[in-house]
Design a protein around this ligand. Structure first.
Ligand SMILES: NC(=O)c1ccc[n+]([C@@H]2O[C@H](COP(=O)([O-])OP(=O)(O)OC[C@H]3O[C@@H](n4cnc5c(N)ncnc54)[C@H](O)[C@@H]3O)[C@@H](O)[C@H]2O)c1
Length: 355
């Protein structure tokens, strides 16, 4: 039996993982622009059914849902064979889980991506595929000589600190999650090279924003906010001086849409997609900002470093911004204030002040 509802027309845009955080924001944007969307998601991540219901309420006539697993070859073929374009976001998303069940992580992230590529090669070779990859493909960057500054860790090399990590950085897969996403990343690029498929890869830093289901294992900005708003303590693994470039989901989604529209120019290429040096923030600085927004201190505990954790990761976003025509991203203070408001925190004065 077909998993694809017929209601939305013959060639919808397929978003795997479309009930998830980034996927539902992407679906909202594309459906809002008038495109028919097929969301393919097993709903295995707790809470994503709320995103599905939100989308259904906003775009009933434009979005159809196939509740299925990407490991189900027949269902995936049914969904992808006639898609106008595929955004592949479904994944096992947590490094921690990948360390517990690496084979499952591989099956979902790597093997299913290869299967999706094969389906396109055989049945739908003109459909662009945009893949959600990760900055974890660059490993833990342990070779960088990092110093501790007032703002957190930074490479001693000032030029690198200013520019961020570029796509020319050698790949170095760490942890099963890094390996499975990295393998998928490379297959997606190679299917452009070997078979002429139209594919591109976005290697994302930390994305945050509305409808994020933050947990301790994935989605740390939302997780920190939710804990702090509830008055619960939060744990910083390591010393909290780790620095990340964070990007609001509105900007991430704009990059996905642009990658689709410009697929002929960007096919076969990978781009780093993050907040860049202007949105680099330490975990400690983020918690201080949250405390400012809430008008009360945040209760913090410390625990051991987690495996594969980078002391500093900031993406060099110049290639993505040029190739995809992206504007300057939303500043992290303002974006986090927006997310706090979305979660129901009373932060109006601070929100006004946030830049
Ligand atoms: N959020 C980030 O900061 C970030 C950073 C780097 C890369 N990524 C990548 O971006 C993508 C989306 O991430 P997100 O933050 O929206 O995660 P998410 O967990 O909110 O969304 C993933 C979705 O995939 C679905 N899914 C999981 N396993 C599935 C399976 N076997 N079959 C079908 N559906 C399945 C889940 O139910 C969920 O709705 C993932 O591929 C992730 O690896 C995210």
């Amino acid at each position: 039996m077909s998993v694809v509802p017929v209601s939305i027309g013959p060639r919808p845009i397929l978003i795997t993982g479309g009930a998830g955080f980034i996927g539902c924001n992407l679906a909202d944007r594309l459906a809002g622009a008038g495109h028919p969307i097929l969301i393919y998601d097993s709903l295995c991540r707790p809470g994503v059914e709320r995103n599905r219901d939100w989308l259904a309420g906003r775009h009933r006539s434009r979005i159809a849902f196939a509740v299925a697993d990407v490991r189900d070859t027949a269902a995936l073929e049914d969904a992808a064979a006639n898609a106008a374009c595929v955004f592949h976001l479904a994944a096992q998303v947590a490094v921690t889980t990948s360390l517990v069940t690496p084979e499952q992580d591989f099956a979902v992230n790597a093997a299913s991506t290869l299967r999706l590529l094969e389906i396109l090669r055989k049945h739908n070779p003109s459909a662009p595929l945009i893949f959600a990859s990760t900055n974890k493909v660059y490993g833990d960057l342990a070779d960088l000589d990092c110093i501790r500054t007032e703002a957190g860790y930074a490479p001693r090399d000032a030029l690198l600190a200013e520019a961020g990590i570029a796509e020319t950085r050698p790949l170095d897969f760490h942890t099963p999650y890094g390996c499975s996403k990295g393998a998928a990343d490379q297959y997606v690029l190679d299917y452009a090279r070997s078979f002429g498929l139209k594919t591109t890869v976005l290697r994302m830093s930390c994305i945050y924003g509305e409808r994020q289901l933050g947990t301790e294992d994935q989605g740390w900005v939302a997780h920190f906010l939710l804990r702090a708003i509830a008055g619960d303590p939060l744990t910083l693994y390591g010393d909290g001086w780790q620095v990340r470039d964070i990007l609001h989901v509105t900007d991430a989604v704009a990059a996905y849409e642009a990658a689709w529209h410009r697929i002929d120019q960007v096919t076969g290429q990978a781009f780093n997609l993050g907040g860049g040096p202007a949105n680099a923030v330490s975990l400690r600085a983020l918690t201080l900002h949250i405390a400012d927004l809430l008008g009360r201190p945040v209760d913090i505990a410390f625990a051991n470093w987690r495996q594969g954790d980078q002391k500093w990761f900031v993406a060099d976003t110049r290639a993505a911004r040029a190739a995809l025509g992206l504007p300057s991203p939303i500043g992290w203070r303002r974006g986090v204030a927006r997310l706090a408001a979305h979660f129901g925190a009373a932060i109006a004065p601070a929100l006004d002040a946030a830049s």
